[in-house]
Write a protein that binds this ligand. Sequence first.
Ligand SMILES: [Zn+2]
Length: 225
Amino acid sequence: MGSALLDLLFPPRCPFCRRLLTERHALLCPDCQRTLPWLEGDSARRTGEFFGVCVSPLAYRGPVREAVHRYKFSGSRSYARPFGQLMAQCVRDQLDGRFDCVTWAPLSARRLRQRGYDQARLLAEEAARVLEVPALPLLNKTRDIPPQSGLEEAGQRRANVLGVYRAPDAAAGLRVLLADDVVTTGSTLSECARTLLTAGAAEVVCVTLAQARKDRPEKPRKTAK
Ligand SMILES: [Zn+2]
């Protein structure tokens, strides 16, 4: 179907407040553009053990948190387009020229079957399209683990993800932009980055849609990555 017809049948809505978008190519509504918890400058950046920097356009709270939950747990996969584009804009502002390709922190095969889509992959692919670099599947998740969001302590979160990813040789020599939906303690991104560097990647920098505060963990939820 043509996109005009699709727009007629499913008019685009703001992913954060779900109001109809009046401007055809807008990613979000003017109200949310004004009032969302945007991160700028240094507040958009976080460092990690094995990645140089992680940048995020938004803080993970209020309508941002609700929108991410709809994206991950309620099948709102169309949010990948506006979310991925917001991530790409943030990367352009903060990390220009520091990567050759985009990859993502993947779901396990079991979780992928349950959800039907890999939410981080869709974000990575949309961001890569906008940034005009390839999106490459450089990582596999070899087993299912308890949700990171159910673990509050950084040490527990690190131990939970240790050794669960594998990277084929394709990562060798690449400067990688690693994408995920939310960064909290950075354990998942750090373990993915460690795996990529062990496989020979030259450098890993990260982007997520939203950044949760380290000192105030999100409440445990029943389902998560
Ligand atoms: Zn809105």
